[in-house]
Design a protein around this ligand. Structure first.
Ligand SMILES: [Mn+2]
Length: 320
């Protein structure tokens, strides 16, 4: 935790009357939780400020809030804070540069530095935990309501796989403990996250019956857009099933391949063994060492990814 930069961010937030918080495209639980948590923290502390969240809706965590529709004029003189967004071109709000000042708050590897102030802490397994670092540092100043408490908890839960993924440490729980002290209703968050549509439950059945394995141990599932449409699920919901393939002893790496709009194939890659981010980088992707995405385009390219990951797993197993 870098108290110097966090102090600078705190002072900057204090100085602006209008603040626009920007999550990334295809928002996940962490970026929405971070955005709505930060919004609540600033808004409840300073009710006279105008604090917006701008960007795309997320069906999965819609219980956290709905992004605002913002007029162009609002950006004039505003502070813009991009959250959980490693690359500038992934910011969903394309007017992000029209503000007065841009802050980047993120926890992914800083391969694409941007913004007037940058705060990147890769030791935090969720961006929501960085907002809690800021809260902890200025605990005498900030307030959080039930809405912000729930948002920051949801962000942390979803990005840590409910505290299972690497990167979870004592600081994670020290920050989460503050949310419990503030009256967190954890059961209501679990109730929201655990609710699935019947269509998705049936599609989960499809995944468990139709996954495949490469010779050396990469489990994978292929989802065409017609398949996803036949089951009546959204691409976001379909992609959320990636960790159903995490359970095999002989497969330290698993992949979900799905066709997005215009049959563009993307991959979600996960590992409980070797780091996979360097391979993801080779396939127009990236992320964390154990959780990555890749933009493949075609099924031919998807096969190439599987070949590369299979060789990677083979080398990993040989080294053990
Ligand atoms: Mn995140």
């Amino acid at each position: 935790m870098n108290t110097e930069i966090l102090t600078k961010i705190h002072e900057t937030i204090q100085a602006y009357k209008t603040i626009i918080i920007c999550p990334h495209k295809r928002p996940d639980g962490d970026c929405m939780g971070t955005a709505f948590g930060l919004q609540d923290m600033i808004q409840s502390t300073w009710p006279d400020k105008q604090v917006y969240v701008s960007g795309e809706e997320s069906e999965y965590v819609k219980f956290l809030g709905t992004p605002d529709t913002i007029d162009d004029s609002v950006f004039t003189g505003a502070l813009v804070i991009a959250v959980d967004t490693a690359a500038e071109d992934r910011i969903a709000e394309r007017r992000y540069a029209q503000g007065d000042l841009l802050i980047k708050i993120d926890h992914h590897l800083n391969v694409n530095p941007y913004g007037d102030i940058e705060y990147v802490d890769t030791t935090r397994p969720a961006a929501a935990l960085i907002i809690l670092d800021l809260y902890r540092l200025f605990k005498d100043v900030y307030t959080l309501t039930e809405k912000g408490v729930r948002a920051l908890y949801t962000g942390t839960l979803t990005d840590t796989g409910r505290f299972k993924y690497p990167g979870v440490d004592g600081d994670t729980f020290r920050n989460i403990a503050m949310l419990y002290d503030l009256g967190l209703d954890a059961q209501s968050v679990y109730a929201q996250l655990d609710t699935k549509s019947e269509a998705l439950v049936r599609f989960k059945g499809y995944v468990l019956l139709n996954y495949q394995k490469t010779p050396n141990g990469v489990a994978y599932i292929e989802m065409t857009d017609t398949l996803i449409a036949d089951y009546g699920v959204t691409i976001e919901d379909a992609s959320s099933l990636v960790n159903e393939l995490s359970v095999f002893e002989d497969c330290p790496v698993w992949v979900l391949l799905a066709e997005y709009e215009e049959q563009i194939v993307r991959a979600r890659i996960r590992s409980k063994g070797p780091a996979i981010n360097e391979i993801a980088n080779q396939f127009d992707g990236g992320g964390h060492p154990m959780a990555c995405g890749a933009n493949l385009g075609t099924w031919t390219r998807a096969k190439e990814l599987l070949v590369a990951l299979d060789a990677h797993v083979k080398a990993y197993k040989a080294s053990k």
